[in-house]
Design a protein around this ligand. Structure first.
Ligand code: NAG
Ligand code: NAG
Ligand code: NAG
Ligand code: NAG
Length: 791
């Protein structure tokens, strides 16, 4: 290396060059393998070529982190072919320029900082790579010979690091935006941008192709943007948001400056936050927004279908094939934006409705929001005719009326059976493709056209992953920077071939395992039934990248042939049920119990109120609360969870939970809302307070159903009567009172009377007072007739 540098110095650049210093001065230039290194050795600047790309770019990367993580690219849209014939230099006028050319005399500038304020022959000009990752050009400005006239932090690429900002100067209109790379291997300007709203609000928005706003980051609450509560969860960083008459700006600091974090607009349109982990030698994803890659505008391009539960989440709608994009490999390299093209052109001859086209039925999809509605159409069949009459109509749905889509169909998402928002879409295809789709359906006996990944497809995917492994020597592949996609064989190794079973649930078994860095994991192996497949999809879709200290963390998954595996953090203290009365019984003291109550409430509040979509867990019970080493509770098992798209539908009907925790509206077949979780939570609180299961007959309650008996005691203010007698009264009476009162409010028959999870948190924390709840009389029919008619 040193020798090479020496040779380069001697032969390639005989006149002048920069050695590994942090400064490029007026007489120097940077070329070939030479780099600048910041004074503290944190960042390095030089020519680089991304893996799988033959072009060269000038970029800045972390010097000490293996794998060259690039935070800034100078010439993203004008690469150079040969770094030894290109040079980065300070021009006569003091601006920074990148020149290329073969002959020594004819070097052309392909990039310039265009910095104004410096004068001809500015000998004061000097460019310095700072330890923050900023590349700053100093020159003369207003008589000041060391003013910064240009800096890379004012022109970020796709990455924000501490010290930089994303913002808008309201006086000059200059702004800093994060613009994605085109793909993981191509730094040229991609389709997705994070910037201050170009239409004038002071909000941060995500734009697709500079036109469609697909995500807005929302209001600032002092710590984080409201829709991204994950931002406020870590004390690793401090986020700073400024909005005044002069500017809007957003930045962050890491509280321990020796750690590395970066925020990146991914090539697939999610804003992602990564922390470097020395222990595991990789960047760990802290959060991503939008949470689901399928919520990114045109994630799979025109006529693509986005399925978050599939390991490669884009595929084509039936009757369509990937557009083979010549540049950078198209779909093969996960560059899905080009989308899919029809196998057979439509047959349409204008107003005379002589079209021979037909429709394929796509079940359980989320309808794209770009429809127009056709008035006065009374049936699905008439809606189909209306679509066929219009040659630009590509799909229709009949849902509260006739909806039609024109032109390119984007943003179709695969959901699972029973998901709120799941509808049927009728996709227009040529007659030949209908025949083909029907043929395939009968051939392999599966409803291939319904969007279930076929066995063949999965086998191919599996093979692709195996190949990816062999090539990259990696054990787990980042699934669009979000969840890890694990290999089947790899998980078998981690779990010693599934030898240590932790438990068995209705859809499969859970095994203990360990990653190579000794992180303990729990691997849930779902049975290959339709129920297992559904649970798998639901868990991946809901837990996806949401993270909260009181929700179990899904690290990743494996979808290989018939295997569906989910990988979680291992919880050494098992479930709350097993601690309360099961095989790992421990008598928990009041402090611990109260901590569990508050933690579960915060986790559920987060699901209900702070995620992109409202998530109703639907199966809250002690079996589904896991405890970590410090007895911090984690809500787990999202196999029955329901997503309720905000402002779309507040209620859902089909589903089932567990008797004893089921809210009355469920038993009555009424729509379910987040208040169903509140009910189940209230039932669980009573178990935590009393230290016994509600369903167990208790002599103390006179043989009566414990929750009803408990409610009467609470009405009378006799909180201590509820308390686990094994604690011998060792309790904070004030906290006990809050817990008892809130539990009784939670189990009210009327949803309207039950508090929200947010209010439960406030009551437990003591910032909101709960009055005395009425006794929930409907519980009476659940108790032994003779003993409890007399409250
Ligand atoms: C500098 O100016 C040229 C000509 O106006 C323009 O094409 C180029 O994009 C500018 N460079 C930068 C970095 O803004
Ligand atoms: C000159 O510029 C430097 C760097 O921007 C700044 O720190 C310094 O205060 C300036 N001096 C004057 C006299 O404006
Ligand atoms: C983005 O917009 C430009 C101009 O509006 C258009 O030419 C281009 O096709 C669009 N890109 C995609 C991927 O649709
Ligand atoms: C539609 O049919 C009518 C009569 O059936 C005919 O006069 C007209 O030319 C046709 N238009 C087109 C576009 O084929």
């Amino acid at each position: 290396m040193c020798l090479w540098r020496l040779l380069a110095l001697l032969f390639l650049l005989p006149c002048s060059s920069a050695a590994a210093s942090d400064t490029l001065s007026a007489e120097e230039s940077l070329s070939g393998n030479l780099t600048l290194v910041s004074a503290g050795g944190t960042f390095e600047l030089g020519f680089f070529s991304p893996a799988g790309n033959s072009n060269y770019y000038v970029g800045i990367w972390y010097k000490q982190i293996p794998g060259r993580t690039v935070i800034w690219v100078m010439n993203r849209d004008s690469p150079v072919a040969d770094p030894s014939s290109a040079e980065l230099t300070l021009a006569q006028d003091g601006s920074l320029a990148l020149l290329t050319g073969n002959g020594n005399r004819s070097k052309e500038p392909i990039w310039s900082s265009n910095s104004t304020g410096s004068r001809d022959d500015d000998t004061a000009a000097v460019a310095v790579l700072l330890d923050t990752g900023n590349f700053a050009l100093h020159g003369r400005r207003g008589g000041n010979s060391s003013a910064i006239v240009w800096q890379s932090f004012d022109h970020p690429t796709d990455t924000l690091v501490p010290g930089g900002s994303v913002g808008l100067n309201k006086r000059t209109g200059a702004y800093q935006a994060l613009r994605s790379w085109r793909s993981a291997t191509d730094p040229s300007t991609g389709l997705y941008t994070d910037r201050v709203d170009p239409y004038g609000s002071d909000q941060y928005v995500f734009l697709w192709n500079d036109t469609a706003i697909y995500h807005d980051v929302g209001a600032w609450n002092g710590r984080s943007f409201v829709p991204i509560p994950e931002m406020g969860l870590s004390d690793r960083y401090t986020f700073v948001f400024v909005n005044n008459n002069d500017e809007v700006s957003f930045s962050f600091r890491v509280n321990d400056p020796s750690t590395f974090s970066r925020m990146v607009m991914s090539p697939h349109g999610q804003l992602t936050m990564f922390d470097w982990s020395d222990a595991s030698g990789q960047w760990l994803l802290h959060w991503a927004t939008p949470t689901s890659p399928c919520d990114v505008y045109s994630a799979c391009g025109p006529f693509g279908l986005c399925d978050v539960a599939s390991s490669q989440y884009c595929r084509c709608l039936p009757g369509f094939d990937p557009v083979s994009s010549s540049q950078a490999g198209g779909w093969a390299s996960q560059l899905w934006s080009a989308g899919c093209a029809r196998r057979t052109s439509l047959q349409c001859s204008g107003s005379n409705a002589s079209s021979t086209d037909g429709f394929l039925e796509l079940q359980n999809v989320q309808l794209p929001s770009t429809y127009s509605s056709v008035a006065d159409v009374g049936s699905s069949g008439d809606c189909a005719s209306a679509c066929l009459r219009n040659c630009s109509c590509t799909a229709y749905a009949y849902r509260y009326g006739c909806l039609v889509w024109d032109g390119d169909l984007r943003n179709v998402q695969q959901l699972s059976v029973g998901d709120a928002g799941a509808s049927t879409l009728f996709l227009r295809v040529a007659a030949a493709d209908i025949a083909a789709a029907n043929h395939r359906t009968s051939a392999d006996g599966r409803l291939a056209i319904l969007g279930v990944p076929s066995a063949v497809g999965l086998a191919v995917l599996c093979l692709l992953f195996v190949l990816a492994w062999a090539r990259r020597h990696e054990k787990a592949v980042h699934h669009d920077g979000a969840l890890l996609v694990f290999g089947y064989g790899y998980l078998a190794q981690c779990t010693k071939n599934y030898s240590q079973k932790l438990g068995t649930g209705s859809f499969g078994s859970v095994y203990k395992g360990a990653l190579p860095d000794h992180t303990a994991i729990a691997v849930k192996r779902l049975e290959g039934s339709a129920q297992g497949e559904k649970q798998f999809r639901t868990e991946v879709r809901t837990l996806g990248t949401i993270q909260h200290v009181n929700l179990v963390r899904l690290r990743g998954f494996c979808a290989a042939k018939h295997e569906r595996l989910l990988v979680y953090d291992y919880m050494p203290n098992g479930s709350l049920a097993s601690v309360l009365s099961g095989h790992s019984f421990r008598l928990l003291d009041w402090r611990t119990r109260f901590g569990i109550m508050a933690g579960v409430a915060r986790g559920l509040d987060y699901l209900h109120e702070h995620c992109q979509e409202r998530i109703v867990h639907c199966d809250v019970k002690p079996e589904n609360i896991l405890l970590d080493a410090g007895f911090c509770p984690k809500v787990a098992d999202f196999g029955m969870a329901k997503l309720i798209v905000r402002d779309f539908s507040q209620a859902l009907t089909t589903t089932r939970g567990t008797v004893g925790y089921l809210a009355p509206e469920w038993i009555l077949g009424l729509p379910i809302t987040a208040k169903a979780d509140v009910y189940s939570y209230g039932m669980m609180l009573l178990e935590l307070i009393s230290g016994r299961r509600n369903r167990d007959a208790t002599p103390r309650a006179g043989g009566c159903y414990f929750p009803l008996w408990a409610a009467t005691k609470v009405r009378d203010g006799q909180f201590l009567a509820l308390l686990d007698e094994r604690l011998a009264g060792d309790v904070d009476v004030e906290e006990l009172g809050r817990a008892c009162n809130v539990a009784c409010w939670c189990i009210q028959q009327s949803e309207a009377l039950r508090p929200t999870m947010g209010q439960v948190v406030q009551v437990l924390e003591g910032s909101l007072r709960a009055g005395t709840a009425p006794v929930p009389r409907y519980l009476e029919h659940l108790c032994a007739e003779d003993s409890c008619g007399t409250f």
